[in-house]
Design a protein around this ligand. Structure first.
Ligand code: P6P
Length: 337
């Protein structure tokens, strides 16, 4: 049932997609409130970013060996503090921290959160879109005997929700729970996130592809042939749109119909695992894609069927509407079931 444009809230979606007696309902409400609050703070900071001197490098490296931007650290501290205070989050795994943080909880059915607090942060210095990405899991256990890493790995098949914030012309929250994914826009004047109540669906027949073709020379042959085919022999050809921030590219492709590809590459005879991380980038996008009628794979298998061996494990990511992803798999020799 769609409500009038702009009156449907994330709280409405949680109520719609969970049962009254479900102890996770309150956990989802409280955890989403933390995400919403962090989104308000980061959105407001980014409006004045250059004036505050926070859009540049922090002159440090993260556990991934990547240069940390000042806003990466601000995003990390912002969401970590909010999740710790929520009483609903048992642990947080972050791109910006080597080990998960484990917190005391007050809720009977707490969740785990895997997050990329500020995705695409190298875009900040040129005022291009960035995002925050979250995957929420039901923990297999609450006892402190397990290490944080073990808890996240053993709980990885218990995805219960996924969300991203897109900080762009406006600030968008996309939330996927139960059977539906919805988009909400932050009204800075009230702090509310408001949506139409109409679920998100990838349109069929999309004509967009998103990939960094600068790496074409180090991609495998079938992929190189696919990248040529989509521009020449495919009817109609696909057109390239690439923002350099997964959240921005994914969101445009979700609304307009497009496939995003960050494949493995071959360097010095060694095949990489791609760049994106399974638990806090590929999983949440795969979950949102699935609830929106799409699918995400690693080029061979569905992302949601892959169990992590380590918490910062990387995977190749192909994600988009079923028609375009199926076409990719047919053209590269690994047809989807
Ligand atoms: P490249 C940002 O660093 C990110 O993780 C994704 O958000 C984005 O899609 C990708 O990497 C961009 O990577 O190699 O094209 O700069």
């Amino acid at each position: 049932m769609s409500q009038s444009p702009g009156s449907f809230t994330p709280f409405d979606l949680i109520l719609q997609q969970t049962l009254p007696g479900d102890p996770e309902r309150q956990t989802l409400v409280t955890t989403l409130q933390a995400i919403e609050q962090g989104g308000r703070k980061i959105s407001a900071l980014l409006q004045r970013g250059p004036l505050l001197g926070i859009t540049g490098s922090a002159h440090a490296q993260n556990v991934q060996g990547e240069e940390v931007q000042a806003m990466d650290q601000i995003g990390q501290e912002t969401f970590l503090t909010l999740f710790r205070k929520s009483g609903s989050v048992l642990g947080v795994l972050s791109e910006e921290a080597e080990h998960p943080d484990i917190f005391p909880v007050t809720q009977p059915a707490p969740c785990l959160v895997a997050m990329d607090p500020l995705d695409g942060s190298s875009n900040l210095s040129v005022n291009a879109p960035v995002g925050s990405i979250f995957a929420l899991f039901r923990p297999v256990s609450q006892n402190a005997s397990r290490s944080g890493e073990t808890l996240f790995i053993e709980s990885s098949s218990n995805l219960i929700a996924a969300a991203y914030l897109l900080y762009s012309v406006s600030t968008t929250l996309v939330l996927a729970i139960g059977e539906e994914a919805h988009s909400f826009t932050l009204d800075p004047s009230t702090g509310e996130y408001l949506g139409s109540g109409v679920p998100l669906r990838f349109p069929e027949g999309g004509k967009i592809y998103s990939a960094n073709e600068g790496y074409l020379p180090v991609w495998e042959k079938p992929l190189q042939q696919y990248m040529s085919w989509i521009k020449t022999d495919r009817n109609p050809p696909l057109i390239l749109r690439y923002i350099g921030a997964l959240v921005g590219d994914f969101h445009r492709n979700l609304l307009k119909g497009g496939i995003y590809l960050y494949p493995a590459d071959i360097r010095n005879g060694t095949k990489s695992s791609g760049k994106l991380r399974l638990l806090y980038e590929a999983y949440p996008m795969a979950y949102i894609a699935r609830l929106s009628g799409g699918i995400a794979t690693d080029g061979t298998a569905p992302i949601l069927s892959i169990r992590p061996r380590s918490v910062h494990q990387r995977v190749p990511l192909i994600v988009g509407p079923l028609d375009l992803v199926r076409e990719f798999h047919d053209r590269t020799g690994s047809p989807l079931d």
